[in-house]
Design a protein around this ligand. Structure first.
Ligand SMILES: [Zn+2]
Length: 296
């Protein structure tokens, strides 16, 4: 091979590498420019939506009216006047009381992912001009299950409300007691029930708002003890789920069993309220009860 041939060969190799590099660059650019598809699919009708749209519609599917779970911070913003509220007991976070394997790591991951310290958030603010303490559950955190931290927050919120003579509103949505905390989680049922009873003995108003799903140890404790129990439409409200009951009793359950409308018909809930009407309903209830509960 003479010099010219060598040069031609080198040039060919160079061109081929350059082409490969260009292709690689084009591929990288294309993938970098590709918009991220972060769709949320409605489990009821299959329509695609995104988080911004859901926020605007209060987490209700605009196509079929299906209720998505509402993040705690969005719920607080939607309930309090101008969304303004002050968080309470934010320093209480879950421990690992029985040394459950992998629990600590899971808690850390969930805290990072959701920005929550545990499955409920407490706050105070005004609803329709009436001061009220609220506890909001968030199913993104271990299905809104109640462990020691959640039980402590509900208890402190009830005690705070009793002390300040303010009404207490709990927005429950929970899978029940938190199995990773064993007996300590079951203890929270008695503790929270006692706390709302003390609030009641003190003349305080307690409104329980049940959203999908409210089950297990949360239904079997404070969530069922509201002076007034409101439910969002079509929320599953019960202790054991319908599948477990069907398997246990070996019978087919009636249509709509344990849904809000069923619970209203059977006297467990006082009213089924659309999410978009909740703020107004609560404001009205607080106004009607202000002498007994809200001081200001
Ligand atoms: Zn839908």
């Amino acid at each position: 091979m003479d010099n010219n041939q060598n040069m031609a060969k080198e040039s060919e190799i160079f061109e081929s590498r350059k082409m490969k590099l260009n292709l690689l660059k084009a591929f990288r650019d294309a993938t970098a420019r590709k918009p991220k598809i972060e769709g949320v699919e409605c489990p009821a009708c299959g329509a695609k939506t995104d988080d911004a749209e859901l926020q605007n519609s209060m987490y209700i599917c605009e196509h079929c009216g299906h209720y998505f779970p509402m993040p705690a911070d969005k719920r607080l913003q939607s309930i309090y006047d101008d969304g303004e509220h002050e968080l309470l007991f934010a320093d209480i976070e879950a421990k690992n009381p029985i040394g459950f394997p992998g629990y600590k790591v899971k808690l850390g991951e969930l805290k990072a992912k959701t920005g929550l310290d545990d499955a409920c958030v407490c706050a105070k603010g005004k609803i329709g001009g009436h001061r009220a303490v609220a506890v909001v559950f968030d199913t993104r955190f271990l299905m809104g299950s109640m462990g020691t931290a959640v039980g402590e927050k509900v208890t402190r919120a009830a005690e705070y409300a009793a002390e300040a003579k303010l009404p207490l509103i709990v927005f429950a949505s929970s899978g029940g007691a938190r199995m990773q905390e064993g007996i300590f989680s079951l203890m929270q049922m008695a503790k929270t029930s006692a706390a709302v009873k003390r609030h009641s003995d003190n003349g305080g108003l307690f409104i329980s708002v049940l959203s999908h799903p409210t089950t297990g140890g949360v239904t079997a404790s404070f969530a069922s003890l509201g002076d007034i129990i409101l439910a969002e439409p079509k929320a599953l409200i019960g202790f054991a789920g319908p599948r477990v009951i069907e398997q246990t009793i070996g019978e087919k359950l009636p249509d709509g069993f344990q849904l809000s409308e069923f619970q209203l018909e059977h006297g467990f809930a006082d009213a089924v309220i659309e999410r978009k009407q909740l703020r107004e309903t609560l404001a009205q209830l607080l106004k009607l009860h202000r002498k007994g509960g809200a001081r200001r």
